[in-house]
Write a protein that binds this ligand. Structure first.
Ligand code: MIG
Length: 800
């Protein structure tokens, strides 16, 4: 066999030469060299899009990532001609384009360099496969850290690493396994306290090198398509995250129940077993909202069918479960069984909906049902058909769908061969271009179907593979992980990374999918997952018969697990508000410390600590038998959640970690809204809102968002936004509240619980009216608790 030398695959590298002409049209600028055109589009003050036509012809301007609701904000911008460069400026940025070679330097208004081309754009013919390999290289700045890229199971800071995006069924992945399931070609750079992002919107296999090959170069490339990237300036990393999320789209609000606890297993069957599990939760009074049906609910793994022996009456089962507060989510894979008797196969064949190989044969491969064919979700007509298939599931009462195996995964072959053809919304491309968006579009079509047929209810979707922007319609989980302590760490970095990559609605299989956790590992995992937007236990324990439910590890563990699931439900108003911030502003729900304290270089490499929303800082217990944990706290004042002890930040502190506690801190000044305990969402109308207020001397703003928790009334303004501002002094506690109210809550009572007061008040002044506090209101540790039976705007307590 002949070994190919690289020169037989690739042609020489081409670099742009000098600019010969340029033009401006609206917010576009075009610069022409002998071969190449660079188009620069000013999207917003802080967002600039760069596109290169390597040899003078742009490809179709089309994206499966960007949201069509993204608005280009009105901006001032212009161009200046210098001797060696052109300068495009906005109110925030200066973009210099070298006349000699098209290289780009981007600085802020004061001329501080943010990002600079090393070789910049260059390209190579891909002789063997056709098209061009599109490269861009940038200089690594002094002290630069890199973040982002979706689900990579490695340190948060990507400096020194090379990673790639090529959706892969990575069963039992380990630390540093790459590529994984998701394809998110978006990264952040942070240096000198300045943060920015680069979103390389290209669906081919993409590769990112953060100073691995050459220490001073950060480069990214794709084996086809176009060099097409968005430069997003902060300088705050959180602002970059928000802008990226707006470019690729924010989600709708999920049904509140989807933020509850989910119980899953491969698989719960038959129906009697499902009912037993549900009953066990209620009997033991462990809150739970969602039960999953994995592939065994189907008839021979045929999608959209039910196994008649194991699930003779699915609608009846789902109704019975619903009466107990459970919602059912079912799995749907892309592989459609080759079976002439099977309606989905027949329809797909009749309409030519399945993917084909280059020469016209069907793309056939084995998955669970045996030989399968696969819908071409890149065809809009196929997506509509796929959406329509969810009608029966929705009518049966199913409230959510789980899309799996959509990298796409095929037994033995791994995935589709490259010659498979795809419609790609009319473009007609090979699998090389469509691979990374296959699962993305499957989930898009699934979500559209479920939304349509579940109206007026909100629906829920979880997918394994996707491309940038899938947060608009789906949540994700981190895939087939393992029951090990190392995987607990992987779960925390993967979820943090996904959250800053636009996908906040994420979680890991609690306890590990492969293998058997002991009670301690399971309990520590539940604790971490209490602070992941998606909280789901899942395991592949069919063959061994091993059980992975909250009660499977004996009463001591069950008690602690229950304590945390219960806490999860108490925190729902806070979690939901945090989701609302994400859905409205694109703010990641999970925030690595580098994103909340970017001026503090110690925070740049922290992986164990993260913030969930504005007020909570979490660190998981990461080792077996761990008695205490050192946690780095960013600057500011913090309360230990379990005992209200005060800590000062910008230092590492050590806290004890008995099984029933994990490191959990509340930011001083914050208001943490909580519900009373419940077994499932909407179990009974909530009759009291608890507002835990943490005394703080710096002005801190908090919010509370409320709506029906289901339906779409919120889109017509039926919601409440309540803003709190606390600014206290050692002499006076002072809380202000402002609100937009257009949704009537069931509760009237607010229970105010003030933590950490430096004095014992005797009187509380609510909107100017004095009430005397009694011994009942006061606790020894200076916690004050009282009920306000109406809305209020100001609460003051003075030191006597
Ligand atoms: O090849 O549906 O990641 O969550 O339980 C295994 C069975 C297929 C992989 C998913 C896992 C799911 C399992 N699936």
């Amino acid at each position: 066999m002949q070994v190919e030398t690289s020169s037989s695959k690739y042609g020489a590298k081409h670099y742009p030469d000098n600019i010969r002409e340029w033009k401006k049209e609206g917010n576009y600028f075009c610069f022409y060299t002998t071969e190449t055109i660079l188009e620069i589009r000013v999207i917003a003050d802080k967002i600039i899009r760069f596109r290169y036509a390597a040899d003078g012809t742009f490809q179709r301007d089309f994206s499966y990532a960007t949201s069509d609701t993204m608005q280009e904000s009105p901006i001032t911008f212009g161009i200046k001609e210098w001797e060696e460069t052109f300068e495009i400026f906005t109110d925030a940025l200066r973009v210099f384009i070298a006349r000699d070679n098209l290289r780009i330097t981007i600085s802020d208004k004061d001329g501080k360099v943010i990002n600079q081309d090393e070789m910049g754009f260059h390209w190579q013919h891909y002789l063997l496969k056709g098209g061009k390999i599109q490269y861009c290289s940038k200089l690594v700045q002094e002290g630069e850290c890199f973040y982002g890229l979706g689900d990579k199971p490695t340190e948060l800071n990507l400096r020194g690493k090379r990673l790639e995006n090529f959706g892969t069924d990575a069963y039992g992945f380990q630390k540093d396994t790459d590529p994984l399931y998701r394809n998110i070609p978006f990264y952040y750079g942070l240096h000198h306290g300045i943060g920015y992002g680069i979103f390389f919107d290209n669906t081919f296999r993409t590769i990112f090198d953060f100073g691995k090959e050459r220490e001073d170069a950060c480069s990214f490339w794709a084996r086809g398509g176009e060099m097409n990237y968005y430069f997003i300036y902060g300088p705050e990393l959180l602002e970059v995250a928000e802008s990226y999320t707006k470019i690729t789209g924010t989600p709708e609000l999920p049904p509140l129940w989807a933020l509850g606890y989910h119980q899953c297993r491969w698989s719960y069957y038959p129906d009697t077993r499902v009912k037993e599990i549900a009953a066990e939760f209620r009997k033991r009074r462990i809150p739970c909202d969602v039960i999953y049906l994995d592939i065994d609910y189907m008839e021979g793994f045929r999608c959209f069918t039910w196994n008649k022996e194991w699930f003779p009456d699915p609608a009846g089962l789902i109704k019975e479960l619903a009466a107990e507060g459970f919602k059912v989510v079912v799995i749907i894979d892309p592989g459609i069984k080759v079976d002439p008797e099977y309606a989905v196969y027949q329809e797909g064949m009749k309409n030519n909906y399945f993917c084909k190989r280059a020469d016209g044969a069907l793309m056939e491969g084995d998955v669970w049902p045996g030989k399968c064919v696969f819908p071409d979700y890149t065809n809009p007509e196929v997506r509509d058909w796929w959406s329509s298939l969810f009608k029966s599931l929705a009518e049966t009462g199913v409230r959510g769908v789980w899309n799996d195996m959509n990298e796409p995964a095929v037994f033995e072959m791994g995935t589709f061969p490259e010659d498979v053809r795809h419609d790609y919304d009319g473009e007609e491309v090979s699998h090389r271009k469509a691979h990374n968006i296959y699962g993305h579009l499957m989930s898009k079509a699934t979500a559209a179907g479920m939304k349509k047929y579940l109206m007026p209810n909100r629906s829920f979707l979880i997918t394994r593979s996707c491309y940038s922007g899938a947060q608009r319609w789906s949540s994700v989980w981190t895939g087939d992980n393992v029951s090990s302590w190392e995987h607990l760490w992987l779960a925390t970095v993967q979820c943090q990374r996904l959250a800053v990559s636009g996908i906040s609605f994420t979680g890991s299989d609690i306890g590990g999918f492969i293998g058997e956790p002991d009670g301690e590992l399971y309990t520590r995992w539940i604790q971490l997952a209490t602070f992941h937007p998606l909280m789901r236990t899942h395991s592949a324990s069919n063959e061994t018969g091993f059980n992975q439910e909250p009660w499977s590890f004996g009463p001591d563990y069950e008690k602690v697990v229950n304590k945390f699931i219960t806490l999860r439900y108490k925190l729902l108003p806070y979690l939901y508000t945090t989701f609302w911030q994400y859905a409205t502003h694109g703010t990641p729900m999970l925030r690595p410390l580098a994103f909340v304290a970017q001026q503090d270089t110690t925070a740049h490499n922290c992986t164990h600590e993260f913030m969930f929303g504005d007020a909570l800082l979490i660190s998981h217990v990461s080792e077996q038998g761990m008695k205490e944990k050192a946690v780095y706290l960013p600057a500011g004042n913090w309360y230990y959640f379990w005992n209200d002890k005060k800590y000062t930040g910008a230092q590492e502190v050590t806290v004890p970690t008995p099984l029933e506690e994990m490191p959990l801190f509340v930011k001083a000044g914050a208001v943490l809204p909580q519900y009373p305990e419940m077994q499932y969402t909407h179990e009974t109308p909530v009759t009291e809102m608890l507002l835990h207020v943490y005394y703080g001397e710096q002005e801190v703003k908090s919010s509370l968002y409320e709506d029906a928790g289901d339906h779409y009334g919120y889109k017509n303004g039926q919601y409440n936004v309540i803003r709190f501002k606390q600014h206290s002094t050692p002499q006076q506690f002072h809380l202000k509240k402002k609100f937009y109210i257009n949704y009537e809550t069931a509760y009237k009572n607010h229970r105010i619980i003030v933590h950490g007061l430096p004095f014992q008040p005797t009187v509380v002044i609510i909107d100017g009216q004095k009430t005397v506090l009694s011994a009942e209101n006061l606790q020894a540790d200076n916690t004050v608790s009282f009920v306000v039976e109406r809305s209020f705007e100001e609460i003051i307590m003075n030191k006597e």
